[in-house]
Write a protein that binds this ligand. Structure first.
Ligand code: ADP
Ligand code: ADP
Length: 230
Protein backbone atom coordinates (compact mmCIF):
# COMPACT_ATOMS: atom_id res chain seq x y z
CA UNK A 1 0.00 0.00 0.00
CA UNK A 2 1.46 3.31 -1.06
CA UNK A 3 -0.96 5.69 0.66
CA UNK A 4 -2.99 4.99 3.74
CA UNK A 5 -5.30 7.64 5.13
CA UNK A 6 -7.40 7.03 8.19
CA UNK A 7 -10.16 9.37 9.37
CA UNK A 8 -8.46 12.30 7.76
CA UNK A 9 -10.12 15.64 8.46
CA UNK A 10 -9.22 19.20 7.62
CA UNK A 11 -10.85 21.96 9.61
CA UNK A 12 -10.61 25.46 8.16
CA UNK A 13 -10.90 28.47 10.48
CA UNK A 14 -10.78 26.18 13.50
CA UNK A 15 -12.32 27.51 16.72
CA UNK A 16 -13.98 30.43 15.01
CA UNK A 17 -17.53 30.96 13.87
CA UNK A 18 -16.45 30.15 10.35
CA UNK A 19 -15.15 26.69 11.36
CA UNK A 20 -15.64 24.35 8.47
CA UNK A 21 -14.64 20.80 7.55
CA UNK A 22 -12.97 20.83 4.12
CA UNK A 23 -12.84 17.05 4.38
CA UNK A 24 -14.22 14.91 7.17
CA UNK A 25 -13.22 11.39 8.24
CA UNK A 26 -11.78 10.34 4.92
CA UNK A 27 -10.23 6.86 4.98
CA UNK A 28 -8.48 5.52 1.89
CA UNK A 29 -6.07 2.75 1.07
CA UNK A 30 -4.30 3.24 -2.21
CA UNK A 31 -2.16 0.55 -3.80
CA UNK A 32 0.87 1.13 -5.96
CA UNK A 33 -0.04 1.44 -9.63
CA UNK A 34 -3.66 2.53 -9.30
CA UNK A 35 -5.13 5.11 -11.68
CA UNK A 36 -7.61 7.01 -9.56
CA UNK A 37 -10.11 9.67 -10.58
CA UNK A 38 -11.31 11.95 -7.80
CA UNK A 39 -14.66 13.44 -8.69
CA UNK A 40 -17.37 15.53 -7.05
CA UNK A 41 -19.02 18.93 -7.31
CA UNK A 42 -17.22 22.21 -6.82
CA UNK A 43 -16.54 22.85 -3.14
CA UNK A 44 -16.79 19.14 -2.27
CA UNK A 45 -13.28 18.97 -0.84
CA UNK A 46 -11.31 17.51 -3.73
CA UNK A 47 -8.51 20.07 -3.62
CA UNK A 48 -8.40 19.84 0.16
CA UNK A 49 -7.90 16.08 -0.11
CA UNK A 50 -5.32 16.61 -2.85
CA UNK A 51 -3.38 18.98 -0.58
CA UNK A 52 -3.49 16.44 2.27
CA UNK A 53 -2.34 13.50 0.13
CA UNK A 54 0.37 15.68 -1.39
CA UNK A 55 1.57 16.80 2.07
CA UNK A 56 1.05 20.39 0.91
CA UNK A 57 -1.23 21.07 3.85
CA UNK A 58 -1.59 19.47 7.28
CA UNK A 59 -4.63 17.45 8.31
CA UNK A 60 -6.34 18.62 11.48
CA UNK A 61 -7.23 15.07 12.57
CA UNK A 62 -6.45 11.56 11.46
CA UNK A 63 -3.53 9.55 10.20
CA UNK A 64 -1.66 9.59 6.93
CA UNK A 65 1.04 7.20 5.79
CA UNK A 66 2.86 7.49 2.49
CA UNK A 67 5.16 4.59 1.64
CA UNK A 68 4.78 3.41 5.23
CA UNK A 69 6.00 6.70 6.63
CA UNK A 70 3.88 8.57 9.13
CA UNK A 71 3.44 12.03 7.65
CA UNK A 72 1.96 13.68 10.71
CA UNK A 73 5.04 13.03 12.82
CA UNK A 74 7.33 14.69 10.27
CA UNK A 75 8.70 18.19 10.53
CA UNK A 76 8.68 20.65 7.64
CA UNK A 77 12.03 19.55 6.17
CA UNK A 78 11.25 15.87 6.38
CA UNK A 79 7.98 16.47 4.60
CA UNK A 80 9.62 18.53 1.83
CA UNK A 81 12.19 15.80 1.30
CA UNK A 82 9.57 13.08 1.08
CA UNK A 83 7.41 15.22 -1.21
CA UNK A 84 10.30 15.88 -3.60
CA UNK A 85 11.29 12.23 -3.73
CA UNK A 86 7.93 10.55 -3.84
CA UNK A 87 5.34 12.88 -5.41
CA UNK A 88 5.09 14.69 -8.74
CA UNK A 89 2.48 17.44 -9.04
CA UNK A 90 0.47 18.62 -12.00
CA UNK A 91 -1.95 21.54 -11.80
CA UNK A 92 -4.69 22.94 -13.99
CA UNK A 93 -2.66 26.04 -14.74
CA UNK A 94 0.55 24.54 -16.02
CA UNK A 95 2.70 26.74 -13.79
CA UNK A 96 5.67 26.89 -16.12
CA UNK A 97 8.13 29.74 -15.69
CA UNK A 98 7.67 32.04 -18.72
CA UNK A 99 11.32 33.14 -18.92
CA UNK A 100 12.72 29.59 -19.07
CA UNK A 101 12.72 27.23 -22.05
CA UNK A 102 10.60 24.09 -21.94
CA UNK A 103 13.69 22.01 -21.18
CA UNK A 104 14.86 24.30 -18.39
CA UNK A 105 11.38 24.27 -16.90
CA UNK A 106 11.45 20.48 -16.84
CA UNK A 107 14.95 20.48 -15.32
CA UNK A 108 13.98 22.79 -12.45
CA UNK A 109 13.27 20.05 -9.89
CA UNK A 110 16.80 18.71 -10.50
CA UNK A 111 18.31 22.17 -10.11
CA UNK A 112 16.73 22.62 -6.70
CA UNK A 113 17.28 19.05 -5.50
CA UNK A 114 20.12 18.12 -3.17
CA UNK A 115 21.82 15.83 -5.68
CA UNK A 116 21.76 18.53 -8.36
CA UNK A 117 21.99 18.04 -12.09
CA UNK A 118 24.50 16.24 -14.30
CA UNK A 119 24.72 15.33 -17.98
CA UNK A 120 23.19 11.82 -17.73
CA UNK A 121 20.23 13.23 -15.83
CA UNK A 122 19.78 16.01 -18.38
CA UNK A 123 19.97 13.43 -21.17
CA UNK A 124 17.22 11.42 -19.46
CA UNK A 125 14.94 14.44 -19.36
CA UNK A 126 15.60 15.15 -23.04
CA UNK A 127 14.64 11.54 -23.75
CA UNK A 128 11.29 12.19 -22.07
CA UNK A 129 10.68 15.08 -24.50
CA UNK A 130 11.30 12.64 -27.36
CA UNK A 131 9.13 9.97 -25.80
CA UNK A 132 6.17 12.28 -25.31
CA UNK A 133 6.32 13.93 -28.72
CA UNK A 134 7.96 17.19 -27.66
CA UNK A 135 11.37 16.97 -29.29
CA UNK A 136 10.78 20.10 -31.35
CA UNK A 137 9.65 22.01 -28.27
CA UNK A 138 12.78 21.59 -26.14
CA UNK A 139 14.07 25.12 -26.61
CA UNK A 140 10.77 26.93 -26.95
CA UNK A 141 9.35 29.20 -24.28
CA UNK A 142 5.96 28.45 -22.71
CA UNK A 143 4.29 31.27 -24.68
CA UNK A 144 5.34 29.52 -27.90
CA UNK A 145 3.65 26.25 -26.88
CA UNK A 146 0.03 25.14 -27.08
CA UNK A 147 -1.80 24.45 -23.82
CA UNK A 148 -1.48 20.72 -24.37
CA UNK A 149 2.24 21.02 -24.99
CA UNK A 150 2.71 23.16 -21.90
CA UNK A 151 0.89 20.59 -19.80
CA UNK A 152 3.02 17.77 -21.21
CA UNK A 153 6.14 19.75 -20.30
CA UNK A 154 4.68 20.09 -16.81
CA UNK A 155 4.14 16.32 -16.75
CA UNK A 156 7.78 15.74 -17.66
CA UNK A 157 8.76 18.17 -14.90
CA UNK A 158 6.67 16.11 -12.49
CA UNK A 159 8.55 12.97 -13.56
CA UNK A 160 12.16 14.09 -13.35
CA UNK A 161 12.72 13.09 -9.74
CA UNK A 162 11.22 9.68 -10.55
CA UNK A 163 8.33 9.93 -8.10
CA UNK A 164 6.14 6.95 -7.17
CA UNK A 165 2.97 9.02 -7.15
CA UNK A 166 1.62 11.59 -9.60
CA UNK A 167 -1.02 13.96 -8.22
CA UNK A 168 -2.89 15.99 -10.81
CA UNK A 169 -5.48 18.66 -9.92
CA UNK A 170 -7.71 19.09 -12.98
CA UNK A 171 -4.82 18.48 -15.37
CA UNK A 172 -7.01 19.03 -18.43
CA UNK A 173 -9.27 21.70 -16.96
CA UNK A 174 -7.83 24.43 -19.18
CA UNK A 175 -7.77 22.39 -22.38
CA UNK A 176 -10.29 21.64 -25.13
CA UNK A 177 -11.53 18.07 -25.47
CA UNK A 178 -9.02 17.04 -28.12
CA UNK A 179 -6.06 18.38 -26.13
CA UNK A 180 -7.51 16.85 -22.96
CA UNK A 181 -7.51 13.40 -24.52
CA UNK A 182 -3.95 13.89 -25.73
CA UNK A 183 -2.65 15.06 -22.36
CA UNK A 184 -4.52 12.35 -20.52
CA UNK A 185 -2.98 9.78 -22.82
CA UNK A 186 0.41 10.83 -21.46
CA UNK A 187 -0.79 10.30 -17.90
CA UNK A 188 -2.16 6.92 -18.84
CA UNK A 189 1.18 5.89 -20.35
CA UNK A 190 2.94 6.89 -17.15
CA UNK A 191 0.52 4.65 -15.29
CA UNK A 192 0.71 1.73 -17.71
CA UNK A 193 4.33 1.79 -18.83
CA UNK A 194 6.03 3.05 -15.69
CA UNK A 195 3.63 1.63 -13.11
CA UNK A 196 3.18 4.98 -11.40
CA UNK A 197 0.30 5.59 -9.06
CA UNK A 198 -1.66 8.38 -10.74
CA UNK A 199 -4.37 10.27 -8.86
CA UNK A 200 -6.26 12.96 -10.74
CA UNK A 201 -9.12 15.31 -10.02
CA UNK A 202 -11.36 15.81 -13.01
CA UNK A 203 -14.80 16.96 -14.15
CA UNK A 204 -14.33 15.35 -17.56
CA UNK A 205 -16.52 12.23 -17.80
CA UNK A 206 -14.41 10.81 -20.63
CA UNK A 207 -11.39 10.80 -18.33
CA UNK A 208 -13.32 9.48 -15.35
CA UNK A 209 -14.25 6.43 -17.40
CA UNK A 210 -10.57 5.58 -17.93
CA UNK A 211 -9.75 5.31 -14.23
CA UNK A 212 -9.10 1.98 -12.51
CA UNK A 213 -10.88 3.43 -9.49
CA UNK A 214 -13.27 6.31 -8.93
CA UNK A 215 -13.49 8.15 -5.63
CA UNK A 216 -16.41 10.53 -5.31
CA UNK A 217 -16.35 13.29 -2.72
CA UNK A 218 -19.35 15.26 -1.54
CA UNK A 219 -19.53 17.68 1.37
CA UNK A 220 -16.06 16.59 2.49
CA UNK A 221 -16.84 12.87 2.62
CA UNK A 222 -16.19 9.93 0.33
CA UNK A 223 -19.64 8.93 -0.91
CA UNK A 224 -18.45 6.38 -3.47
CA UNK A 225 -15.23 4.41 -3.86
CA UNK A 226 -15.43 2.04 -6.77
CA UNK A 227 -12.85 -0.15 -8.45
CA UNK A 228 -13.59 -0.47 -12.14
CA UNK A 229 -13.07 -3.83 -13.76
CA UNK A 230 -11.38 -3.65 -17.13
P1 ADP B 1 -13.12 21.34 -4.43
O1 ADP B 1 -11.69 21.18 -4.80
O2 ADP B 1 -13.87 20.04 -4.42
O3 ADP B 1 -13.81 22.37 -5.26
P2 ADP B 1 -12.06 22.48 -2.01
O4 ADP B 1 -11.29 21.39 -1.38
O5 ADP B 1 -11.31 23.53 -2.74
O6 ADP B 1 -13.20 21.84 -2.93
O7 ADP B 1 -12.93 23.19 -0.92
C1 ADP B 1 -13.79 22.46 -0.03
C2 ADP B 1 -14.48 23.45 0.86
O8 ADP B 1 -13.53 24.01 1.76
C3 ADP B 1 -15.11 24.62 0.10
O9 ADP B 1 -16.32 24.94 0.73
C4 ADP B 1 -14.09 25.72 0.24
O10 ADP B 1 -14.71 26.99 0.20
C5 ADP B 1 -13.50 25.42 1.61
N1 ADP B 1 -12.10 25.85 1.69
C6 ADP B 1 -11.09 25.44 0.90
N2 ADP B 1 -9.93 26.00 1.25
C7 ADP B 1 -10.22 26.79 2.30
C8 ADP B 1 -9.45 27.65 3.13
N3 ADP B 1 -8.14 27.80 2.95
N4 ADP B 1 -10.08 28.31 4.12
C9 ADP B 1 -11.41 28.14 4.31
N5 ADP B 1 -12.20 27.36 3.59
C10 ADP B 1 -11.62 26.69 2.59
P1 ADP C 1 -10.08 24.62 -7.65
O1 ADP C 1 -11.54 24.79 -7.89
O2 ADP C 1 -9.22 24.91 -8.82
O3 ADP C 1 -9.77 23.31 -7.00
P2 ADP C 1 -10.51 26.40 -5.49
O4 ADP C 1 -11.22 27.56 -6.10
O5 ADP C 1 -11.31 25.37 -4.77
O6 ADP C 1 -9.62 25.73 -6.62
O7 ADP C 1 -9.40 26.92 -4.50
C1 ADP C 1 -8.32 27.70 -4.92
C2 ADP C 1 -7.48 28.03 -3.71
O8 ADP C 1 -8.22 28.87 -2.81
C3 ADP C 1 -7.08 26.81 -2.92
O9 ADP C 1 -5.73 26.93 -2.51
C4 ADP C 1 -8.00 26.80 -1.72
O10 ADP C 1 -7.35 26.26 -0.58
C5 ADP C 1 -8.31 28.27 -1.53
N1 ADP C 1 -9.70 28.45 -1.07
C6 ADP C 1 -10.80 27.89 -1.60
N2 ADP C 1 -11.89 28.26 -0.91
C7 ADP C 1 -11.47 29.09 0.06
C8 ADP C 1 -12.11 29.81 1.10
N3 ADP C 1 -13.43 29.75 1.31
N4 ADP C 1 -11.36 30.56 1.92
C9 ADP C 1 -10.05 30.63 1.74
N5 ADP C 1 -9.36 29.97 0.78
C10 ADP C 1 -10.06 29.22 -0.04
Amino acid sequence: MIIKARNLSKVYNQNSEAEFFGIKDVSLEIEKGELIAIVGPSGAGKTTLFNMLGTLDTPTFGQLEIKDKNILSMDYNEKSKLRNEVIGFIFQQFRLIPTLSALDNALLPLLVSESGIDLPKKEKVIQLFYKYGLKNQLNKYPSQLSGGEQQRVAIIRALVNEPDIILADEPTGSLDSKMSAFVFDTLQRIHEEDGKTVIYITHNMNLVKKASRIIKIEDGSVILDETCGY
